[in-house]
Design a protein around this ligand. Structure first.
Ligand code: BGC
Length: 261
């Protein structure tokens, strides 16, 4: 019997993959039903270790995966808050600096003893939204931003991802954009929704000037409060909340790992 048949037998005929989202404050994982983009079991969240070194983060990823009874051939995708060049993390903003130069795919695959595919977290969210969510079936240029500890960016053209765009680090008015407009800046500076919306206005108008997107999708945990700030933004393109919200990274990483796209 082929591997594929084994796998579908375990999953009762469903096509599953496991997604993990490594964030600045939490590391989350869930099995994903790839036919719907929905979690096949409740998501598990473990706080990101203080010293977020490769060893510490890998140990949490292993704990997460071990908490689910996954068949050995279930694809595992890891959404990670840095550019990922064929597994390699060239630089990192919001986790321990010792990640720079590490090959995420190799380190995590050998700790888990199974093949793991790493992808930038915003790219994973963009793929999740394009496959199952707010940008599904949308042609043209779609810009997906994730607002959290940092700002992540995904650029899709006719549904195809241009990976590792890192547009949260655009220099705007002499500042690294995410230091002014991420959700963490709102919290750190105790900004009102209106004050934060002004920062977002400056950010997204710069994105519009540079990329002329047809659609802007806003994700990250704060997208659940979208009615507090998205209506305050004046842009050419429609700007809409992510429909998968904070699940987009997990879902997109799972679907990329399964080679769905
Ligand atoms: C990182 C990106 C990441 C984003 C969101 C930025 O600081 O450079 O790679 O996508 O934060 O986590």
């Amino acid at each position: 019997m082929s591997k594929h048949h084994d796998h579908s037998k375990h999953d009762h005929g469903k096509h599953h993959a496991f997604g993990i989202d490594v964030g600045g404050s939490g590391i989350k994982g869930a099995p994903v039903d790839l036919s719907t983009g929905e979690f096949a079991a409740d998501r598990l969240r473990i706080p990101t270790p203080r010293g977020s070194t490769p060893e510490a983060v890998t140990a949490v990823i292993a704990e997460l995966v071990d908490s689910f009874d996954l068949p050995s051939d279930t694809p595992v995708g890891v959404a990670f808050p840095a550019p990922i060049l064929h597994g390699l993390v060239p630089s990192i903003a919001n986790l321990d600096q010792s990640w720079a130069g590490v090959n995420l795919d190799e380190v995590v695959s050998s700790a888990l003893n199974r093949r793991v595919v790493g992808v930038n977290d915003a790219d994973a969210a963009g793929v999740g939204e394009a496959t199952y969510g707010a940008a599904r079936g949308v042609d043209g240029v779609v810009f997906v931003a994730t607002l959290g500890t940092g700002i992540g960016s995904a650029l899709l053209v006719d549904g195809h991802l241009v990976p590792n765009t890192e547009l949260g680090h655009l220099q705007i008015d002499g500042h690294d954009a995410e230091s002014r407009a991420a959700e963490s800046a709102k919290a750190r500076e105790d900004l009102s929704w209106e004050q934060w919306a002004q920062r977002l206005q400056r950010y997204f108008e710069t994105i519009e000037y540079l990329f002329s997107p047809d659609l802007i999708v806003v994700g990250g945990g704060v997208s659940k409060h979208h009615e507090k700030y998205l209506p305050l933004l004046k842009l050419r393109a429609p700007i809409i909340p992510a429909t998968l919200r904070n699940a987009a990274g997990i879902v997109g990483a799972a679907s990329l790992a399964a080679g769905e796209r």
